[in-house]
Design a protein around this ligand. Structure first.
Ligand code: SF4
Ligand code: SF4
Length: 375
């Protein structure tokens, strides 16, 4: 049975060891990183740098604790993420959100280069075929997958599987473009954006959010650069009128494609070289790539750590099931009642398929035991 170590966010004693930072140190000592990482080995801390305006990411203080723990076993950590907007701008976003060499104590690098197209094609599965895994993540021998657990408009639940899948893969490949990148999960076929003039309020939010500055309005008509577009879906997500759509596959295939892409990323590592840290804190309804962070819908719960991807995801999702929806949040707006699956009620997405498929393709075990380190 897979072990998932857990530390609660609640403070019972007013001392450092009972703080989140102190408990994270204890978690990292408990899992014993020397069993996974060799001296002098490079270790990627894969996180999400967030967006300008989306501040509810994993705080730099926690990344620093993980960096220190990796250094304590004499391995060489660095912090990384794939390019979501133009690379230099994304590094500035990381810096604005407090993630830089000084704050985290290790270099902060882009996993797929300044242009987001430094990647290597890797076999994923029947749905995706091959997918463009970020070259840094492909080549590095060891990794700590640092995940902020939250909701997601398309995935329903966004945890470590999605962090690996969308976050370990580039937006575009040099030769086959978006079709080999994240867009292959977001859409199918030619993935042409469809604009409904009758619904559009000309608010221009889609234009502002496009990471490639690919949207324009000429004579009040929507236009986008089809050859440039990553099919990231950000324009569709921010449109308040549902005036833009991106043809997608069904929910089941999307969830399975996340597991496939996560499997492709993990296939580039030898066994027992990847550790997962899930932060069940600031659980907002949407992704950290959005241009703003909503208030949380579930109270802070704590931090989990495991070497089993499926176990930590199932343990995280199961723990969310037992929580009360927070007042004055989207959960209250949507009248989610106590005892319901809050993220399922909000997004109506069958997110458990991610975990079931990940287990089916051998990425871990859904049979887990939780070990509370602070009880
Ligand atoms: S999907 Fe929309 S936001 Fe994303 S790159 Fe294409 S046009 Fe821009
Ligand atoms: S976000 Fe939607 S409503 Fe606003 S301009 Fe774009 S298509 Fe129109």
């Amino acid at each position: 049975m897979a072990r998932v170590y857990f530390a609660s966010a609640r403070v019972k004693k007013w001392k450092y060891s009972d703080s989140m930072a102190g408990k994270l140190e204890t978690l990292l000592k408990t899992i014993n990183l020397s069993e996974y990482f060799e001296p002098k080995e490079w270790v990627a801390l894969k996180t999400h740098f967030g967006s300008e305006g989306a501040h509810r990411i994993i705080r730099p203080v926690f990344l620093r604790k993980i960096v220190e723990a990796v250094k304590a076993v004499k391995a060489k950590p660095f912090v990384t993420d794939t390019v979501r907007i133009k690379g230099l701008d994304y590094l500035e976003v990381a810096n604005e959100n407090g993630i830089n060499h000084l704050s985290v104590g290790a270099p902060v690098v882009l996993a797929d280069g300044l242009y987001g197209n430094d990647n290597i094609m890797v076999r994923a599965g029947d749905i995706l075929g091959e997918i463009a895994v970020a070259s840094v993540i492909h080549d590095v021998p060891a990794m700590v997958v640092c995940t902020h657990v939250k909701g997601h408009i398309q995935a329903g639940y966004a945890g470590a599987i999605k962090n690996l899948a969308m976050g370990g893969v580039s937006g575009s490949h040099r030769h086959c473009g978006w079709k080999c990148g994240r867009g292959a999960m977001h859409t199918i076929g030619e993935g042409k954006l469809v604009w409904d003039e009758n619904k559009c309020a000309l608010c221009l939010q889609c234009q502002e959010i496009c990471p490639l500055e690919g949207i324009s309005f000429v004579d009040n008509k929507f236009d986008y650069k089809d050859d440039l577009c990553w099919r990231c879906g950000r324009c569709t997500r921010v449109c308040p009128e549902n005036a833009i759509s991106l043809p997608g596959g069904d929910d089941e295939n999307f969830m399975k494609s996340l597991a496939e892409a996560a499997g492709a990323v993990l296939s580039t590592f030898k066994p027992r070289k990847v550790i997962y840290v899930n932060f069940l804190t600031e659980i907002q309804p949407e992704c950290d790539c959005m241009p703003a962070a909503e208030v949380p819908v579930i109270q802070d719960l704590g931090i989990m750590i495991s070497d089993d991807l499926v176990a930590i995801e199932k343990a995280s999702a199961d723990m969310l099931l037992r929580q009360k929806p927070l007042p004055a949040s989207l959960a209250e707006d949507e009248k989610v009642s106590e005892g319901k699956d809050i993220l399922l009620e909000l997004h109506k997405k069958p997110y458990r398929i991610q975990m079931e498929e990940a287990e089916r393709i051998g990425l871990g075990s859904s049979k887990y035991e939780i070990i509370h380190i602070d009880e």
